[in-house]
Design a protein around this ligand. Structure first.
Ligand code: UDP
Ligand code: MG
Length: 320
């Protein structure tokens, strides 16, 4: 059977010390029989809970673990990018540190890779565990994302996925700074296949993605991968201009034919305020896109590494 010679597991984490102490042993046990060489890359996205000390011990005991500490919190997408850039494996797996992505699924994903699938992504079989509001929000978000040209972001797929080296290289070729990974994964294409799983609840701590952060994240995704908000504004503008022109013609006609005095303070105010609102929204939407352009042209690095511990794949101890 086709065994990957080398396998990398990338774990972005922010204050997950307690979870890592449970996840790492479980992951080591799962990975050892799967590949001749493997590495676990823990990307610390600015943790303040003592993760560096705890990881220092882990790296001493298992040199196959590579610890990358970013210089501050850059966000999960940046941490994932850092991990992917450091990954040396022929097969790369991304997963969360909170045990919501069960390591037991990895051998099954690898089976699909052996069957020729280049990207296997885990899809939540249920969202029952989440609040109704969040469920509605995500459903609306995926609907809106679907309108971008030819790009289908699979619904309920998280960042738990297995990728062939070809996919990782393709992802790393994409130069954008706004690394909305769900979109990038979909954009690169390749032979992808979903795999359903039941997400267990978070082991320790609480989710880093509070409603407002999720909303910002959704706007990031939409502005990075769709342009329909801009087109919709133009259409809306054309429609409103036509309407106001007809209404103007109607009033002038009525005055000419019947000599009606022009009146209506209330209508006037309503229309003026309505248009002021529409204009502000339009400027806001255009501003969102311009701010993305601004971020991109600055060309700052996506992340900065403070320190790197362990050797990962190059370690020559305790072979798998
Ligand atoms: N995470 C990160 N940087 C951040 C926020 C989150 O590296 O700024 C990591 C976090 O430690 C976890 C993963 O991303 O391993 C998913 O985060 P979380 O469980 O909070 O998100 P959810 O499961 O609620 O989507
Ligand atoms: Mg989680």
């Amino acid at each position: 059977m086709r065994q990957p010679a080398t396998l990398t597991c990338v774990i972005p984490c922010l204050n997950e010390r307690a979870n890592l102490d449970v996840l790492l042993p479980a992951l080591l046990a799962v990975l050892k029989p799967l590949a001749r060489k493997f590495e676990i890359i823990v990307v610390d996205d600015g943790s303040t809970d003592g993760t560096p000390d705890s990881m220092h011990d882990w790296v001493q005991r298992h040199p196959r673990i590579l610890y990358l500490q970013l210089s501050r919190n850059f966000g999960k997408e940046a941490a994932l990018t850092a991990g992917l850039e450091a990954a040396r494996g022929e097969v790369v797996i991304c997963m969360d540190a909170d045990l919501q992505h069960p390591p037991a699924l990895i051998p099954k994903m690898l089976d699909r890779w052996r069957a020729g699938i280049e990207m296997v992504y885990a899809v939540r079989a249920t969202r029952e565990d989440e609040a109704t509001f969040k469920r509605w929000g995500t459903r609306l978000f995926y609907k809106l994302m679907r309108t971008s040209d030819g790009l289908i972001v699979p619904e309920n797929a998280g960042d738990f996925r297995l990728m062939d080296r070809a996919v990782v290289d393709a992802l790393l070729m994409l130069p954008e700074r706004n690394r909305y990974m769900k979109g990038l994964f979909a954009w690169v294409g390749f032979k992808a296949e979903p795999m359903a799983y039941w997400p267990p609840p978070r082991l320790h701590g609480s989710s880093c993605f509070k409603p407002f952060k999720l909303f910002r994240f959704a706007i990031d995704g939409l502005t990075a991968f769709t342009t329909w908000p801009l087109r919709m504004l133009s259409l809306f503008g054309i429609l409103l201009s036509l309407l106001s022109f007809s209404y103007g013609a109607f009033i002038v006609g009525r005055y000419m034919l019947f000599g009606d005095p022009v009146q209506g303070w209330v209508t006037l105010m309503t229309v003026v305020l309505f248009f002021a609102g529409v204009q502000l929204i339009s400027v806001g939407v255009v501003g969102e896109y311009i701010s993305r352009v601004f971020d991109e042209v600055k060309r700052r690095p996506v992340y900065l590494v403070r320190q790197r511990q362990g050797q990962g794949m190059t370690a020559r101890t305790r072979a798998a």
